[in-house]
Design a protein around this ligand. Structure first.
Ligand code: SIN
Length: 323
């Protein structure tokens, strides 16, 4: 009897970014417009595509086409729905998502928190536009496809400049250089070495979110998602921002504290008042590396950056409002 190997599919979802950007000339790497080329055009530029697919079937879908500085909750909702749709298909082995670098870490954390996928979801980007004669997108896409085929891979990760980062730890740390991302103290999940993946550790699988949360994220009108904002503690900080946010009915506040999560006393007083008024307050740090140690006035978010802590608090409040 001949055994028929089931052909696995890999689905590449396009959302825009510099990886899909174009400039007026091939030498231009700064003055360009993001999100111009379709995901099918990006795939056509991947070197050795057939070899890297190695028999897997490639499907592409353009979910959005934007500069990721303009990412919004409605696009996140749509992207989560499309990811859930494809991940539910037995013959889909992995997803790859092309995305701008500017808010990539937020989308990665959002998708990981909501979907907790058991299949690999590999996010990929570029620092130079597709029209550049030194474009980094095609190689990054090739690497992402290799990572997406790894049997040990699961969950959302980010591939850029030959480095594989977890959704939880990745942060953009440089505005221009090709290797623009860091996983800080945690370190990357792995690296590309002569076209092969070298893992530094296995993918960590965090606790599964309830199906209720995923359902709420995908079905609630995004206007009903709890309003959560980030406020910054700094020299001379006042209370105006917090008071104004409370007035507008904010549901949660993440304070980006200085150092080990310290908060200016004036801002702290405003946050205590906000809490009294029913606003959920969480603490993070402005420090780019490390995490808050010791006890603090408000629960910290276990080392999440302020923008990722905002997402986690929003999802926490959303989960509570949907039970
Ligand atoms: C974007 O984030 O969409 C533009 C910048 C980039 O991708 O590097």
């Amino acid at each position: 009897m001949v055994s028929v190997k089931k052909i696995q599919k890999v689905v590449v979802l396009g959302t825009g970014g510099t990886i899909a950007g174009t400039a007026a000339s091939a030498s231009e790497q700064v003055a360009y417009t993001a999100a111009q080329l379709g995901v099918d055009q990006l795939m056509a530029a991947v070197p050795g595509l057939d070899k890297v697919l190695d028999g897997r079937q490639l499907l592409v879908e353009q979910v959005a086409q934007l500069d990721s500085k303009d990412m919004d909750h409605a696009t996140w909702q749509l992207l989560a729905c499309r990811c859930a749709h494809w991940l539910a298909q037995d013959d889909v082995g992995a997803l790859v998502i092309t995305h701008g670098t500017d808010t990539l870490e937020e989308t990665a954390w959002f998708l990981q928190s909501v979907l907790q996928p058991h299949k690999p979801v590999v996010m990929v980007c570029a620092m130079r536009p597709a029209s550049s004669d030194e474009a980094d997108g095609p190689q990054n896409l090739r690497d992402a496809l290799v990572v997406s085929a790894q049997p040990s891979a699961a969950g959302v990760c980010v591939v850029c400049a030959g480095v594989i980062h977890s959704a939880r730890d990745v942060q953009k740390v440089h505005p221009y250089r090709l290797d623009a991302f860091s996983s800080g103290d945690a370190g990357p999940l792995g690296w590309m070495d002569r076209g092969q993946v070298q893992w530094s550790s296995v993918y960590a699988r965090t606790a599964l979110q309830t199906a209720t949360l995923a359902n709420s994220v995908m079905t609630f009108d995004v206007q009903q998602w709890p309003a959560v904002e980030v406020v910054l503690s700094h020299a001379g900080a006042g209370r105006r921002v917090v008071d104004a946010l409370v007035q507008t009915g904010v549901a949660g506040l993440v304070v980006a504290g200085s150092g080990n999560g310290t908060v200016h006393h004036v801002l702290q007083a405003a946050l205590k008042d906000a809490e009294q008024a029913g606003v959920r307050v969480r603490l993070s740090t402005r420090c780019i590396e490390g995490r808050i140690v010791g006890s603090s006035r408000w629960p910290d978010m276990a080392g999440l950056s302020p923008v990722k802590a905002r997402i986690s608090l929003m999802l926490e409040l959303l989960a509570e409002s949907s039970v």
